[in-house]
Ligand binder design. Structure first.
Ligand code: C2E
Ligand code: CA
Ligand code: CA
Length: 821
């Protein structure tokens, strides 16, 4: 851009220097007057009747649409040098030179092919030295009331001033183009319509400036340049359109209706279209139309400005300041047209006002961007709803303390009623409520808190999550001090706030973790505090300190959940068998299948730990499917050795409702030619509570296949035998907790005896689990218990060991003496 500006300037310079040679002359006296004879002249004539300028300059008033004739005579004293008669072109008007021949007739200079360079930019006529004629006539006209400056100057001066003028115009135009192109390209790249609007506006202004000043004279032929001047109306339309878009996109914080906003865009579009149409049709827009467009644009801008929020006041003032120079120019122009005279030479004033407008506009864009960045940065650190510092601010503060290796305590709290306030009173009130409460909390903490706990400095409240808030307590703090903080916090929340006629009282969950005691990094500290916050409250405890054990278990749970996914594929599961002995015959009755998981990283994981996880994560179905398939395949092998062997399989409560399980059982029973009556499904007593009819239906499904059902862990739930009998079952397994210490607990003895009796009366068999010694074995035998299972008989065994155990038992004559061995 600068390059072309420089090029145009150089070109201009070269042209002028080639055509003319500079000559220096001392100015003397000039004769400058309007000529007689033409009635149209009278207006101009009045101003100059026989006037003789004794100065180098004069200002001519040009009435609207009337040609003003000037007769310019170069004084004798300048006869020997090259002299220029320069006449300023009035706004959007023209200047034509006529040379008076010796016969007193006038010839248009353009027809005489005598150089009258830059007819639009700087109309002038050059007198070569020793030319016979020293008189030139000029016809000045303008569609508006305007003024024109007339000057007779030595050629060298003219060249100098013209070059200087050209240089500044080029610079002005170049800078405007440069900035507008920068804005436009940034707008395109960053997809910011507001910048596109400013870019478009600046570009239209730059082109309007060029057209208005006739600057195109320098680069294109004078005729084309004159044609280009006609586009100035179009450029004005464009600038008005983009100006409206500027207001629309830069000032968005307004309460204007959607329709109005689209209306603005529509009008802006229409302005641009009018501009294009005028350019294509090559017509000048009527003055009335232009004025209406300007007035509409000003009114719309004013409405947009007036509708801005208070928070936008600065932008509004800035916009008013930016456009006031333009409005001043317009008012000045309008005034001159209505009063029908311009006495003052206002073009320099106007140029300065436009330059001021552009500078202000640029400053605004820069300021606006900086402001936006400041707001972004602010909201990167502060919560919009409550104006509290946010998560990132909290992490920043914690990281700083960590860096300095300062001990600190993170206290998280969760107002429990917040979600229901939102539901009942709406978001706005909830936020107002929070803000009000937190103001209170902040004050309390900083007055009582600092006195009681001697925590120096301002204690901030951060918003960590939607409902979780945080306080960072600096320095070493005792548990009792944390307690005090919790008290302060709770009391504010319990005090409540009034809403309409309701007092909203809130209670808190609080979780606390300490650096470096519970965590050595900021991230871990926040995690620990969150874990503490989410610990279930027991016996009215108000707050929780981070607890290593409970967190480890939750971390381990997460790990196990993810490891479980690949456990089946990677064959990490195996089945163990725990024998059950018939207490009447002393022979093996069957065995319970128990799953084992050997995880390569974590080692052996007990089923009590992973089965509940598999249940809650929905992975249990796959596991049960695998267990059932394996167990039944083993059963097929075992029955070859012990044909009456009953296999017991544990089924989770969740599996029961799935049809697929019974289908799988039927398929496998058929495939492996198994006796369904030798398959026992164990379901725990706790599963049987509730929806009796549904459960009965499910169990009936299994029994219709011929498969038997056992109630596991009997005695741990709250169901009565009477209830269970309605469901129908084949076997009752007394929980090992009643059996393991049967020798020492009288009550357990009673329970076991009664259970056996009642189960028998209902026609069911009884299994005692957890038989750990010979005495329990004999006692249960005496109670009439049917089967025994427990470490006394055997621990759960891998399949091969189980088979060899079976062989040994079968060959033994007396089972008791075999087991005691
Ligand atoms: P459960 O069904 O009550 O299984 C009996 C548990 O008691 C087994 O623990 C067994 O090793 C243990 N046990 C047996 N005799 C004695 C004894 O004399 N003394 C003591 N102290 N314990 C004894 P295990 O194998 O750790 O299984 C624990 C629980 O995991 C099972 O309790 C069962 O609820 C569940 N489980 C095991 N395998 C599976 C399975 O394949 N599927 C499902 N859904 N659950 C299973
Ligand atoms: Ca069981
Ligand atoms: Ca059990």
């Amino acid at each position: 851009m600068w390059l072309s500006v420089a090029r145009y300037a150089a070109l201009m310079l070269a042209t002028i220097y080639c055509v003319f040679t500079a000559a220096s002359v001392t100015l003397n006296q000039y004769t400058l007057k309007a000529i007689d004879g033409n009635p149209e002249i009278s207006v101009g004539y009045g101003a100059f009747s026989d006037a003789t300028f004794t100065a180098s300059k004069g200002t001519v008033s040009i009435p609207k649409g009337v040609d003003v004739w000037l007769r310019v005579q170069v004084p004798e004293s300048m006869l020997n040098s090259k002299v220029v008669v320069s006449i300023e072109r009035p706004s959007l008007g023209g200047v034509e030179f006529y040379l008076m021949a010796t016969d007193d007739s006038l010839y248009p200079v353009s027809e005489l092919n005598i150089s009258a360079a830059l007819p639009n930019l700087s109309p002038h006529f050059i007198f070569e030295p020793n030319t016979p004629s020293r008189v030139v006539f000029a016809k000045i006209s303008s569609p508006y009331v305007s003024t024109s400056e007339v000057e007779i100057i030595p050629y060298s001066n003219y060249v100098k001033t013209t070059n200087v003028r050209l240089f500044f115009m080029g610079v002005f135009f170049g800078v405007m183009c440069l900035i507008s192109i920068f804005m436009l390209s940034t707008g395109v790249i960053s997809k910011r319509t507001s910048l596109l609007a400013v870019g478009g506006y600046l570009l239209s202004l730059a082109l309007l400036y060029v057209a208005h000043k006739g600057l195109t004279d320098v680069v294109i032929s004078y005729q084309n340049s004159a044609n280009f001047m006609h586009f100035s109306d179009s450029f004005m339309c464009f600038s008005l359109g983009f100006c409206l878009l500027f207001f629309h996109y830069f000032l968005t914080q307004n309460r204007l209706a959607r329709k109005f906003k689209s209306g603005i865009k529509l009008i802006a579009g229409v302005y641009v279209l009018i501009g294009i149409a005028a350019a294509v049709a090559n017509v000048d827009l009527p003055f009335a139309m232009q004025s209406t467009m300007v007035i509409v644009a000003i009114v719309l801008s004013a409405i947009i400005l007036a509708s801005q929020d208070k928070s936008n006041a600065k932008e509004v003032y800035f916009c008013v300041a930016i456009w006031s120079p333009i409005v001043a120019v317009l008012i000045g122009f309008a005034a001159s047209q209505t009063i029908n005279s311009t006495t003052e030479h206002v073009s320099i004033v106007n140029d300065s006002l436009i330059a001021l407008h552009l500078i202000l506009l640029l400053l605004f864009v820069i300021w606006h961007d900086a402001e936006k960045r400041r707001i972004y940065i602010h909201y990167a650190q502060f919560d919009k709803e409550t104006a509290l510092p946010n998560k990132f601010a909290l992490f920043g503060a914690l990281a700083k303390l960590e860096e300095q290796n300062k001990p600190h305590t993170l206290l998280l709290f969760k107002p429990l009623i917040l979600p229901s306030i939102r539901l009942n009173f709406g978001l706005t009130f909830a936020n107002q409520h929070i803000s009000k409460l937190f103001k209170e909390v902040h004050e309390q903490i900083n007055t009582y808190g600092s006195a009681a706990v001697a925590n120096k400095g301002d204690t901030h409240i951060y918003r960590l999550e939607d409902q979780v808030f945080a306080i960072v307590l600096d320095g070493k703090i005792e548990v009792s001090q944390v307690e005090q903080y919790v008290c302060i916090l709770s009391s504010v929340f319990e005090e409540g706030v009034w809403y309409k006629d309701t007092k909203i009282v809130d209670s808190l969950d609080v979780g606390v973790a300490n650096y470096p005691m519970h965590a050595k990094t900021t991230e871990k500290l926040v995690q620990r505090a969150l874990q503490a916050l989410n610990t279930k409250t027991h016996n009215g405890q108000r707050w929780h300190l981070f607890d290593v054990e409970s967190s480890m278990s939750s971390e381990r749970q997460l790990k196990l959940t993810s490891f479980l996914k690949s456990a089946i594929e990677q064959e990490q599961f195996s089945l163990f068998f725990q024998p059950q002995v018939d207490l009447r015959t002393g022979r093996v009755f069957g065995s319970e299948v128990l799953i084992r998981w050997l995880q390569p990283d974590l080692g052996y994981i007990p089923p009590d730990e992973f089965i509940p996880i598999a249940e809650s994560s929905g992975q249990i179905y796959e596991i049960t499917e695998w267990v059932v398939e394996q167990a039944l395949k083993y059963q097929a092998q075992i029955t070859k050795q012990i044909p009456e062997h009953v296999i017991s399989i544990n089924v989770s409560g969740r599996d029961l409702s799935r049809r697929e399980l019974s289908v799988q059982l039927i398929t496998l029973i058929n495939e492996l030619s198994l006796a369904p009556s030798q398959i026992m499904i164990e379901i725990t007593e706790s599963v049987t509570i509730g929806n009796e009819t549904e459960l009965k239906g499910m169990l009936d499904d299994y029994r219709s296949i011929g498969v038997k059902v056992a109630i596991d862990d009997f005695g741990t739930g709250y169901s009565s035998l009477a209830y269970l009998s309605k469901l129908g079952f084949d076997e009752l397994k007394i929980d090992k907790s009643f059996v393991m210490d049967i020798e020492t607990s009288k009550s357990n003895q009673t329970i076991c005896k009664a259970t056996c009796d009642m189960a028998h009366s209902l026609g069911s068999k009884v299994v005692a689990e957890g038989v750990e010694d010979i005495n329990s074995y004999i006692r249960l035998q005496a109670y009439g218990c049917d089967y025994a299972q427990g470490y006394f008989i055997s621990r759960p065994l891998p399949f091969n060991e189980f088979l060899s155990w079976l062989e040994k038992v079968n060959s033994a004559s007396d089972i008791k003496s075999f087991l005691i061995r």
